[in-house]
Design a protein. Sequence first.
Length: 221
Amino acid sequence: MKVLAFNSSPHKDNGNTALILNPFLGGMREAGAEVELFYTCDLDINPCRGELNCMLKTPGKCHQNDDIQMLTPKLGADVLVLASPLYIWAVNGQMKNLMDRMVPLLPPNKGRVILVSSCGFWGLENFDPLLFHIKAICHNIDRVFAGALLRPHAVYLKMMLEAGAQVQDIPAAAQEAGRQLVVDQTINPKTLSIVSRELVSLEAWNDRVKQRFGPTADSSQ
Ligand SMILES: Cc1cc2nc3c(=O)[nH]c(=O)nc-3n(C[C@H](O)[C@H](O)[C@H](O)COP(=O)(O)O)c2cc1C
């Protein structure tokens, strides 16, 4: 199984998104998958010029001479992993820029797409617009949306891991999700729910936001 993964966090391996992505990819590798990971901030990908050549004149090929040429032969991978921090309820700009250039080039091979994301706010519902978007893309390009590893209030995970708190089950579940995808072709929803599990109550979260940003801060999310 060939896996093509992208991490669009500017923090790369030191970011919150990588706390979930890296064990997930590790689980896939351990189960025998061939995984290639790219960091968008290391790629030279210009914005789409909107010429539509890749759809109309030269299907499957973009004429801009940048790293999309190096990536194009890899797009037939069995699994595509899109990992992005949540920026303004969406993928971040680096990922969107890559998607604009890459999605029209993806062969409709019924391959699987996995979303990995982390966000700052407390609730899982903050990912809803992003999930809607990625599922719509999969539907339109004949790819199978195979699941999302979502980590809300992600900074808590980082703090708790650094403090040695009992949160190792979260990266372990991400790793197990990678193993399941390779071995079973699917990820158990219970495993995904551990990745997203609550680390702090909403009340305690709100208290912390008020301490940091003042008593009038809107922390309802
Ligand atoms: C410009 C910007 C926009 C953000 N927008 C949101 C948002 O809409 N919702 C949210 O919950 N967190 C938001 N965040 C917080 C990030 O999603 C969160 O810190 C994430 O875990 C960062 O991942 P990383 O460390 O891998 O880059 C935003 C952060 C930045 C810098």
